[in-house]
Design a protein around this ligand. Structure first.
Ligand code: NAP
Length: 288
């Protein structure tokens, strides 16, 4: 008789809650010592609806933890000089430990220049090239949020990473590329696929762990993974007003050993890791 696998559904919320619970007590201790709470400045330029939702979730989580938020919602027509002035003021504000610039910025602004203007010790998204380099060399104290969230999640669900073959689809600067480095630090063997990869299925079918981070709804189908593989779905796509991942969850769940849902998988981990970085920056500032 055919035996159906019962996959572990790797939900992000319980993992994120466990992490934020730890952060809450650390914040209390540090705040009592320093006489001030940690501060996170949130810069949102324009009216992008998805960005507004993300910013709301991040600010709500921060407040719940006792992190003071400094909300900078700025009209779309802001010019580059004004944005750089704001970042410079936040860099020198001692109440601000972390600066979050919600991406994407409107097209007329130079995103890379803005991200490079953020002080290294307040770069809680780890978007500054120098912090990226430190992370790549395992030297920084801040870890990129979504990639670090994926690692935490796999560890929480006791998925072995060391020695495993990982197929990662996507090589973006904020997700795929940094995640490939963190997985390498965990001693996995990584193959990174992208839009020019000739046969992605041939790569993913060989992998113990498949991570999809490409932004294409239901791209990863059941015939693209081996029986018992672990699947991590980072994609968030809006289809007919619903959020859909990069993986065909319903088809995969009967074949794999563990899988993240969308929504409710990696998303909450990204927010939790942003909080963790803000607390790391606070601790760093508190120690002088
Ligand atoms: P991105 O900057 O658009 O990068 C997409 C990557 O996927 C690129 O490397 C691209 O290849 C590759 N790609 C695109 N189409 C492909 C295809 N048909 N076949 C193979 N590779 C393909 O996107 P991102 O910022 O990395 O985000 C990826 C997804 O994750 C999105 O759905 C985004 O919303 C989601 N996301 C989720 C979270 C979370 O917290 N869960 C956080 C961030 C992002 P090339 O490099 O060759 O162009």
């Amino acid at each position: 008789m055919e035996q159906k696998t019962s996959a572990i559904v790797m939900k992000g919320k319980p993992v994120a809650e466990k992490l934020t619970e730890r952060l809450r007590s650390e914040i209390e201790g540090l705040a009592a010592k320093t006489g001030r709470p940690p501060g996170l400045a949130v810069v949102l330029v324009g009216e992008d609806p998805a960005s507004q939702v993300y910013v709301r979730i991040k600010e709500r989580t921060a407040k719940k933890l006792g992190i003071l938020t400094f909300d900078h919602r700025i009209p779309e027509n802001l010019d580059q000089g004004d944005l750089l002035d704001l970042i410079s003021r936040l860099n020198s504000d001692p109440a601000v430990d972390g600066i979050l610039i919600q991406l994407p910025l409107p097209g007329h602004l130079n995103e890379q220049e803005a991200l490079r203007a953020v002080a290294l010790d307040k770069d809680v998204d780890v978007f500054h090239p120098e912090n990226f380099g430190r992370m790549a060399l395992k030297q920084g104290i801040l870890r990129p949020c979504t990639p670090a969230g994926v690692i935490e999640m796999l560890k929480h669900y006791e998925i072995e990473i060391e020695g495993k073959s990982v197929a990662l689809i996507g090589r973006s600067k904020i997700v795929g590329l940094p995640l490939s480095l963190l997985l390498l630090h965990e001693n996995a063997t990584i193959t990174v696929c992208h839009s020019r990869t000739s046969d992605i299925g041939a790569v993913t079918r060989e992998a113990d762990i498949v991570v999809a981070a490409l932004g294409r709804p239901k791209f990863l189908t059941a015939d693209m993974v081996k029986e018992g593989a672990v699947v991590v779905d980072i994609g968030i796509n809006r289809v007919d007003e619903k959020l859909v991942g990069d993986c065909d969850y319903d088809a995969l769940v009967g074949k794999v050993s563990a899988i993240t849902p969308v929504p409710g998988g990696v998303g909450p981990m990204t927010v939790a890791m942003l909080m963790a970085n803000t607390v790391r920056a606070f601790r760093d500032h508190a120690s002088g």
